[in-house]
Design a protein around this ligand. Structure first.
Ligand SMILES: [Zn+2]
Length: 70
């Protein structure tokens, strides 16, 4: 098991597709027909984007609420 709670400057994730270290940065995600800039781990090599489960389950709901407010 890896301990992910300790701060670390090394990349926490490695691309599952090509093995490149993932980079944390702004990624535009498409949701409900709109694009939102979100800080996500992504692979510069092949463009794979890692979507953490908490983002998929939690933040997406927040995004949905934001849309409803408009
Ligand atoms: Zn990759």
């Amino acid at each position: 098991m890896h301990d992910t709670s300790s701060p670390d400057t090394k990349p926490a994730w490695v691309c599952a597709r090509c093995g490149e270290a993932l980079t944390l940065g702004k990624i535009e995600i498409a949701y409900l027909g709109s694009a939102f800039p979100v800080d996500l781990w992504h692979c510069k090599q092949c463009g794979l984007v890692l979507v953490p489960e908490d983002l998929a389950l939690g933040r997406m709901l927040e995004v949905e609420k934001m849309l409803e407010d408009k």
